[in-house]
Ligand binder design. Structure first.
Ligand SMILES: Cc1cc2nc3c(=O)[nH]c(=O)nc-3n(C[C@H](O)[C@H](O)[C@H](O)COP(=O)(O)O)c2cc1C
Length: 477
């Protein structure tokens, strides 16, 4: 069952024992650090309320689903305790069945319950955390939808772009140059117009998931299994999820006319990124539902976070490999927020693993930071980093098992881009393909691993059930 609103999803997560309420946290010092602490331990969704100076019920939710495999699965209607590779398999099945669905317009929705206009317009009435101590402001938009209409085609686009509170009626936005949101803005600016915009601060997780897709509302409908219900934003007429928490209506003027200092902001590769003059939203009106919840998505260092893009990339890679004729793939997973993609396969012919690696490299979309592709044999669990490292350190010959690629497109957030590269717009980086499979020609005489088989492990767990349970619970953070 899909959840139409953020509140509906939080209720489901609560029923699964996955929510912790937090009262009285400080927006500048506590929310970010507590959220990181919870994500690091694969802990609960945190629902913050009772901020000093804010009405009770004006809440921030963090660690909603993007940092937690359990809640990512829950959002998709998959059992939360599923094994990572099985999660990717289930995701592929879901994707194969999904049908894009246009949004359905409805006359009214909870998001229009309250209206702030004229002198009452003040975005500072809503809680906005400082997610890391070095952030250049309070970021209210980290899990937002920034909705625009292409003036030439009428296409409705939305993306998630970080939004920082600048003044009572100003947000800054960081929209990277090649994003469709930026291109749409430029079309208005070229005509001397400001770009109408609707910024949604809180929506259903599956709708947010579609913000990184090509199809947007149609993809959100596919994920929900039903059209997303939208209301017309009262000023711009832009379609907005009826069940949104907060709707900011306004316009983005050309950066030649107005900018604001944006950043730095602690980003998902684990570093503060980008600081400079960027776009602003001139806020005209604000709407919100009763007791609104700001959708907080704090970027975390990759190894602290499960990273919900990861199963999606793994599913895409697996589909891509099969479409390209790579047989016998037994699992795909990504580590370090998916920056290292691991493919497990049963080798059938000489060059099988290299072919898989070369092919998998092709899924790295424009502007993604994929750097490491690793192939392992089917006895290695691609989702278990210890297993993968074991294969990399014992089944490779470093002199011959590695191929290097040069000049692949990387992300603006790649910390390895030199200052000169950034200056000249050269956003390229190398990639590594690592064949960590047993050498094909003598794989049958490769030393046998001293690993207990699943059958042996099951028999042991039967004989020593309580001791095995006691040892398993003996985990140190
Ligand atoms: C949590 C999250 C935060 C993001 N923050 C930004 C951002 O600040 N700026 C940006 O340009 N893209 C950001 N993105 C990526 C865009 O949302 C993504 O590329 C999306 O497809 C929008 O691209 P489009 O404008 O081309 O449709 C973010 C994505 C996610 C999931």
């Amino acid at each position: 069952m899909s959840h139409a609103s953020l509140g509906g999803f939080i209720a489901a997560a609560r029923a699964a024992g996955d929510v912790k309420d937090v009262h009285g946290a400080d927006l500048d010092t506590d929310v970010g650090a507590l959220s990181e602490t919870s994500a690091q331990r694969d802990g609960p969704l945190l629902l913050f309320d009772g901020f000093a100076g804010f009405p009770a019920g004006f809440r921030v939710a963090s660690n909603v689903y993007r940092h937690s495999r359990r809640r990512y699965a829950l959002a998709l209607g998959i059992s939360p305790d599923v094994h990572p590779v099985e999660l990717v398999r289930r995701l592929r099945e879901l994707r194969a069945r999904q049908v894009p669905a246009k949004p359905e317009e409805v006359a009214d929705g909870p998001v229009l319950a309250h209206r702030l206009a004229g002198e009452d317009v003040d975005i500072r009435k809503f809680p906005a955390p400082k997610w890391h101590s070095g952030d250049g402001g309070n970021y209210i938009g980290t899990g937002d939808l920034v909705i625009m209409r292409d003036p030439e085609t009428g296409w409705i686009n939305f993306g998630t772009y970080r939004a920082c509170v600048k003044d009572r009626d100003r947000l800054s936005l960081w929209i990277i140059k090649h994003k469709r949101g930026r291109i749409i803005g430029e079309k208005y600016w070229a005509k001397g117009q400001a770009c109408p915009v609707a910024v949604v601060l809180g929506c259903a997780p599956l709708t947010l998931m579609a913000s990184t897709s090509r199809l947007k509302y149609e993809q959100a409908g596919a994920l929900h299994g039903a059209p997303v219900q939208v209301v017309k934003a009262p000023l711009s007429g832009l379609p907005v999820p009826a069940e949104s928490e907060i709707l900011v209506e306004g316009e983005i003027p050309s950066p030649d006319e107005e900018t604001a200092q944006e950043g730095p902001f602690g980003e998902w590769p684990g570093y503060y990124s980008h600081s400079g003059p960027e776009c602003v939203v001139r806020i005209k009106e604000i709407f919100h539902r009763d007791d609104p919840i700001v959708f907080g998505h704090q970027p975390l260092r990759p190894m602290l976070s499960f990273g919900s893009d990861l199963p999606d990339s793994a599913a895409r890679a697996w589909d891509h490999l099969e479409r390209a004729g790579i047989t016998d793939v037994t699992g795909v997973w990504g580590h370090c927020h998916g920056l290292m993609l691991v493919i497990a396969l049963r080798q059938r012919y000489a060059g099988h693993a290299r072919q898989a690696l070369i092919t998998a490299n092709g899924i790295a979309a424009a502007g993604s930071m994929f750097g490491y592709f690793v192939a392992v044999d089917e006895d290695v669990d691609p989702s278990d980093l210890k297993d993968v490292l074991w294969a990399m350190c014992t089944r490779t010959n470093p002199a011959t098992s590695v191929n290097l690629l040069h000049d692949a497109w990387t992300s603006d957030l790649d910390p390895r881009l030199t200052p000169e590269q950034k200056h000249s717009g050269d956003f390229t980086m190398g990639r590594v393909l690592i064949d960590a499979c047993k050498p094909f020609h003598w794989r049958d005489s490769f030393p046998e691993p001293n690993v207990f088989s699943p059958v042996e492990k099951q028999a042991l767990e039967k004989r020593w059930a309580s001791l095995v349970a006691e040892i398993s619970a003996w985990s140190r953070p």
